[in-house]
Design a binder for this molecule. Structure first.
Ligand SMILES: [Zn+2]
Length: 444
């Protein structure tokens, strides 16, 4: 484990801040720099096939000691959030954290207060890592990468642990919703995958929102306002009515939490002749999206009835689906993660993400992919921090996961297995503690 902290501090110093709205993949050069560094280090560890593909993604395989066991995959992303600077990150290690406020020296207005951060309050006596306050830390997701690298090293040192093949993927541009764009689940060819990209310790994120996007197009009739009487139909005004009729007191992000879904108008643009409103439809229950759509269609129909010269059209596009619907294809994905977390001495906590993860898309593409904790906190901000002891437990979880999968038999999932019926939501997680995550809604 002694290399874990050293690795982490090295990786966070490479500026891999993702850039929105560029055509290139990956979106910044730093990701290629880190990719080259990681491929070299994987080679040095003895993973002879480690390489960087044409998209900048690092791939490698930990060779099996139990070749008949099903392959699994571990994924972590190299980019960091565009929301805070990732240039010249200076990690600061606070050993035996005294439980008091931490003033970050590069910008003393940045103060980590246990009173405001309950997770920090629990970590007195542990080793905390922060930035100097002028940048984010980048534990999201370089903690994940350092944990995967260290777990590989631990496994190679323990050849007596029977393990199947483990595919390693360090991916690009997760933070701007493009993390899966260049992934081919057939090529990954694993029974299950795990993203190492979760908060805190012992979490298993096995459920995400299901998501659609509605575009409401309101067409009016424009004419010079001086001569508009009886002629103009102002779509801006109708858009106002449309929004006002949406259930903003009940079915809105500002009014919901936990397992409740919502309708979220987040973009409006237009003029008198035409106005478009973009609305996110979100629920943990996919069939609810139809009901949400009906609400919008009813508002549109009523408006058209009142203003017959206007046109109000609702077009709905599918975005992603609740991961849990696809995890049933390979129930061992969550079951063995649960056992691995226990074997590492932690109590598993099942989390429902109020947003989407790369795992929601991968699971839908046929590769069941829950998300696991990496000991990071306050991500996407200058007050981001990581806890070394929690990172160490994440390494243990991965080693146990390799051991448990190494005892399994069966073809790989993505290519060899037919889809089974989705599990009910009271399945694997039914007996465990539930929580929900408010902040991490990367794809909205
Ligand atoms: Zn992340």
């Amino acid at each position: 484990m002694k290399n874990l902290l050293d690795r982490f501090c090295r990786y966070v110093k490479v500026d891999t801040r993702a850039v929105d709205d560029v055509k290139e993949y990956p979106s910044c050069k730093g990701q290629l720099e880190l990719a080259a560094m990681l491929a070299r280090e994987l080679q040095a560890l003895g993973l002879g096939d480690a390489s960087v593909d044409s998209n900048g993604i690092v791939t490698a395989t930990v060779a099996p000691t139990a070749p008949s066991a099903p392959p699994i995959a571990w994924l972590a992303h190299m980019d960091t959030s565009p929301e805070a600077s990732g240039t010249d990150v200076k990690p600061i290690v606070h050993r035996k954290y005294d439980g008091k406020d931490i003033v970050l020296p590069g910008d003393p207005t940045q103060v980590l207060r246990p009173a405001e951060t309950p997770t920090l309050a629990r970590l007195a006596g542990k080793t905390i890592i922060t930035s100097d306050g002028t940048t984010l830390l980048g534990a999201d997701d370089k903690a994940g990468i350092a944990i995967v690298m260290t777990a590989i090293e631990e496994l190679l040192r323990a050849p007596d642990i029977r393990r199947g093949p483990i595919r390693i993927l360090f991916t690009c541009d997760e933070e701007i919703g493009r993390g899966c764009d260049k992934l081919d689940v057939k090529k990954i060819d694993a029974a299950a995958a795990y993203t190492l990209d979760g908060e805190d310790e012992g979490w298993i994120e096995h459920e995400t929102f299901s998501a659609n996007l509605a575009t409401v197009t309101i067409t009016g009739a424009n004419i010079h306002p001086g001569f508009a009487k009886g002629k103009m139909v102002n779509s801006v005004r109708l858009a106002g009515k449309f929004l006002d009729r949406m259930p903003w007191q009940a079915l809105a992000p500002e009014a919901t939490s936990g397992r409740e879904g919502f309708l979220h108008p987040y973009v409006i643009e237009g003029g008198v002749a035409e106005t478009k409103i973009k609305i996110l439809l979100r629920s943990f229950v996919t069939s609810d999206l139809k009901e949400q759509q009906k609400i919008l269609e009813r508002i549109a129909a009523n408006l058209t009835a009142e203003f017959p010269r206007a046109k109000v059209a609702v077009a709905v596009k599918k975005q992603y689906r609740n991961m849990i619907e696809h995890l049933g294809k390979e129930p061992r994905a969550v079951e063995l993660a649960t056992r691995a977390v226990r074997a590492a001495g932690l109590e598993p906590r099942f989390q429902s993400v109020r947003g989407g993860t790369d795992g929601s898309r991968l699971s839908e593409m046929g590769l069941p992919t829950p998300n696991l904790s990496v000991g990071m906190h306050n991500f996407h901000s200058k007050l981001e921090f990581a806890c070394l002891e929690q990172m160490e437990s994440a390494v243990k979880v991965l080693v146990e996961l390799a051991r448990l999968w190494g005892r399994e038999k069966g073809a790989s999932g993505a290519t060899g297995r037919g889809a089974e019926k989705p599990r009910s939501r009271s399945g694997a997680a039914g007996k465990a503690v539930r929580g929900s995550k408010e902040k991490k809604a990367k794809k909205g």
